[in-house]
Write a protein that binds this ligand. Structure first.
Ligand code: HEM
Length: 494
């Protein structure tokens, strides 16, 4: 009799645990698949990458649905309609960042603007960062062009050294992006293959490989007490990096020339001096270091992956690079470098840049947001601090907005007369609202200049004998949408 009572008690307790760990946060919480205790819905992710899983679940549950990833309830916005309703109609409510342990680590203890939660101070800091970057980039177009194209002689010599032999362009792209950002942020310019550049690059890549796809404790926070060894090495990496940036700020202060802006640190130091004069709360050196780290961190992997996709797409669809080359010959000729002003007459290149960003969608699920207060969306209740994922991939493949979404066609962005058309609402590689990417106009300008220069000077092709193989297969896809590694051949055009 006692044994039966114990079994009944156990069953009751298990039932209670089951109910407690699978119950939805509210009765009118967005619908979604029923989770399992402890692991939630993680088995949904067994075969496809997360953005594809969400695309499919959206067909079943609608464009606003919920899923429990491990121990964390998440609301997924799977359409332009839902995303605009949240990010544009309730901008502050959906501008938070979830308290993920990887964000804590990546942001060096919650200091970063990109990964910190919303607050009034955060909003002021973000505005300052955005304005400073804009001043540096749009304030002087010539300076920006030379930041980007200053490395073309190096690029040329590395490409020429390949002498028509197959090579994987990833390493070269990494060097280009790290050099450009190094010059933009710190004013230092390293020659390609300089040991210091290679060391910084390798460090950055190793750091991303460890934490870039998140940490298990992001979704299983109750295991955060386990002392993972890699957490310590990641923290020490962040510390070293922060100290390095702080030193660079000191050197900049000692060597600055009034009225002459060399790089992003100088712009921030000018802003610091201005605030001191006006008596507004002063900008600290720590804040400048954080801002520099945000720009460097936000701009590296995103640009590298997008450029790697670009070359893969160009060898897969050679008529696009041929057309860019032809137009570059016509508009720019062979003597001078491209400029941003050429965009007006090179609509096809601008459209290609947009199409690369749409097709590749480097961040298919954006960067996770979270709600800053209890709210309702389309009649569903979403409590404060709920993680929200935005499926940019679904928007970039939505047949309602794109004629042929699964194909790469610059024409998606051109009207019948060949000019760049107002892009559809569902073009959101940089997201929208309060958290929209700070680097958007910089990247668009950078990609335009690099693409034009590359195809003005070189023709890239598949390795002979692999013409039938697809070069645009997806590689590892979790947080980032990577293209599978490949080799190509470069031939100088003139
Ligand atoms: C192809 C290149 C890039 C893509 C596709 C991209 C895309 C994105 C996306 C989707 C977000 C998340 C927005 C959100 O949470 O709603 C973001 C945030 C951000 N990006 Fe970019 N980005 C790129 C390049 C850059 C560059 C070059 C910089 C720096 C110059 C940069 C700096 C940032 C920063 C600081 C944030 C955080 C904004 C915030 O949390 O308020 N990004 N980016």
């Amino acid at each position: 009799m006692a044994a039966v009572a114990v079994i009944i008690l156990w069953c009751f307790l298990l039932g209670l645990l089951w109910y407690w760990s699978t119950r939805r946060p509210a009765t009118d919480f967005p619908p979604g698949p029923r989770p399992l205790p402890l692991v939630g819905n993680i088995f949904e992710f067994s075969s496809d990458p997360p953005h594809i899983v969400f695309l499919k679940l959206g067909r079943r549950y609608g464009d606003i649905f919920s899923i429990k990833i491990g121990q964390r309830w998440t609301v997924v916005l799977n359409s332009v309609r839902a995303t605009r309703q949240a990010l544009l109609k309730q901008p502050i409510t959906f501008a938070g960042r979830p308290d993920l342990s990887s964000f804590e680590l990546l942001s060096g203890g919650g200091k970063s603007i990109a990964l910190s939660d919303y607050s009034v101070t955060w909003a002021q800091n973000r505005k300052l960062l955005h304005t400073s970057l804009r001043n540096l980039i749009t304030g002087d177009k010539k300076r920006f062009e030379s930041f980007i194209l200053g490395f073309t002689p190096e690029l040329s010599s590395v490409l020429d050294e390949t002498k028509g032999e197959p090579f994987d362009p990833k390493e070269l792209i990494c060097q280009l992006v790290y050099s450009t950002l190094g010059k933009l942020c710190f004013g230092v310019s390293y020659a390609f293959n300089d040991p210091k550049l290679v060391e910084t690059m390798k460090g950055g890549q190793a750091f991303l490989a460890l934490v870039g796809n998140g940490l298990p404790t992001d979704f299983f926070p109750s295991f955060s007490w386990i002392p993972f060894e890699r957490v310590n090495s990641l923290l020490s990496f962040c510390d070293k990096n922060f100290t390095r940036v702080r030193k660079a700020i000191d050197v900049h202060r000692q060597t600055s020339i009034p009225g002459k802006v060399r790089d992003f640190i100088d712009v921030m130091l000018e802003a610091q001096a201005d605030t001191k004069e006006t008596g507004v709360e002063s900008i600290s050196d720590d804040f400048i270091a954080t801002a520099v780290t945000d720009i460097h961190g936000g701009g590296t992997d995103t640009t590298i992956v997008t450029l790697y996709w670009t070359l893969a797409l160009m060898v897969e669809f050679p008529h696009v690079q041929d057309k860019i080359a032809e137009l570059a010959d016509e508009v720019i000729g062979r003597e001078r470098l491209p400029t941003l002003a050429d965009r007006d007459r090179l609509a096809y290149v601008v459209a290609t840049v947009h199409e690369v960003l749409r097709y590749s969608t480097k961040l298919p699920l954006c960067v996770p947001h979270s709600t800053t207060k209890d709210t309702t969306l389309d009649g569903y209740f979403i409590p404060k601090d709920t993680m929200v994922m935005i499926n940019i991939w679904a928007m970039h493949r939505d047949e309602k907005y794109w004629k042929d979404p699964y194909n790469f066609k610059p024409e998606h962005f051109l009207d019948d007369s060949g000019t760049v058309r107002q892009h559809p609402e569902s073009f959101m590689p940089f997201s929208t609202g309060r958290r929209v990417c700070i680097g958007e106009s910089m990247v668009k300008g950078e990609l335009f200049l690099i693409l034009t220069w590359l195809f003005q000077h070189y023709k890239f092709s598949k390795v002979p004998g692999t013409e039938d193989q697809s070069y645009i297969e997806h590689g590892q896809v979790l947080v980032a949408n990577e293209v599978r590694p490949y080799k190509i051949v470069a031939t100088k055009r003139f």
